[in-house]
Design a protein around this ligand. Structure first.
Ligand SMILES: Nc1ncnc2c1ncn2[C@@H]1O[C@H](COP(=O)(O)OP(=O)(O)OP(=O)(O)O)[C@@H](O)[C@H]1O
Length: 238
């Protein structure tokens, strides 16, 4: 059995009086690609922010690598390999592609390794190699999304959390992004993927969780959820 890398138990998060996450449990094992799907406002982003330390929570426990990480901030967690690519990308727009990738490796000191990894990123994302000296802010949304993912990978994450990587992209770019997510996972990076594109997210996931109004309403293998009548009706438009 694979090790559990991330375990969320009884997580509750509120914004003032609004209960956004109402006591959820979820688990991510080593090597898994897990998709968390649900409609607008279900609480997916809130869950990701709580896990990665950028939002404090009311109740519950988050264990990473077998230890509680409650109360730790994003910087500490990145150093331990728990890394999130937020919705909206957040690349350094006035820096080149290469500089963005170097920034992603800020916690590392192995210069040769960093250079090798930049080359590896150019292998996974050929578009970034073509534009390596271009300013990130001048790239398309899809290219910036790829850069954000590559930059996060430069920190050598053990668990990568992706928040809606396909949002706002053209259909061709959406295809590319899902291909890349699958490829990154196949290279051994454990991934927790939040998506509104339930069809695509469940197709590539080992397991999925369905979130609705702050609660996990269903969980199971991606392929089973994909054919589940309740999931199809609510999230796949059938
Ligand atoms: N900073 C905030 N202040 C107050 N309420 C918030 C805040 N952020 C989120 N919420 C509320 O919390 C609930 C969950 O939001 P969240 O962004 O986690 O949902 P989501 O599933 O990620 O949705 P989306 O797919 O639209 O991003 C929503 O009702 C939202 O309005």
């Amino acid at each position: 059995m694979a090790n559990t890398l991330l375990k969320v138990s009884g997580l509750k998060v509120a914004y003032g009086g609004i209960k956004a996450v109402k006591g959820i449990d979820l688990e991510v094992k080593e090597g898994e690609l897990i998709s968390l799907i649900g409609s607008n406002g279900a609480g997916k982003t809130t869950t990701m922010k709580a896990i990665t330390g950028s939002l404090s929570f009311e109740a519950g426990d988050i264990e990473y690598l077998g230890q509680s990480i409650n109360g730790q901030g994003p910087w500490d967690l990145v150093r331990q390999g728990l890394v999130m690519v937020p919705e909206g990308r957040g690349v350094f727009t006035r820096m080149s592609i290469t500089e963005n990738l170097q920034m992603g490796a800020y916690i590392r000191t192995d210069k040769d390794g960093i250079q090798k990894d930049i080359e590896r990123m150019f292998g996974i994302f050929p578009r970034l190699r073509e534009r390596k000296d271009q300013l990130a802010g001048t790239m398309s949304g899809g290219e910036q999304q790829m850069l954000a993912m590559a930059r996060a990978l430069m920190s050598q994450p053990k668990v990568l959390l992706l928040d809606e990587p396909s949002m706002g992209l053209s259909p061709i770019m959406v295809d590319k992004i899902f291909e890349v997510v699958r490829e990154v996972a196949s290279q051994g990076v454990t991934i927790l993927l939040v998506e509104q594109n339930a069809q695509r997210a469940l197709q590539i996931a080992h397991r999925g969780y369905v979130m609705d109004s702050g609660e996990i309403t269903m969980t199971g293998p991606g392929k089973e959820l994909l054919v589940d009548p309740k999931v199809r009706e609510a999230y796949l438009g059938h």
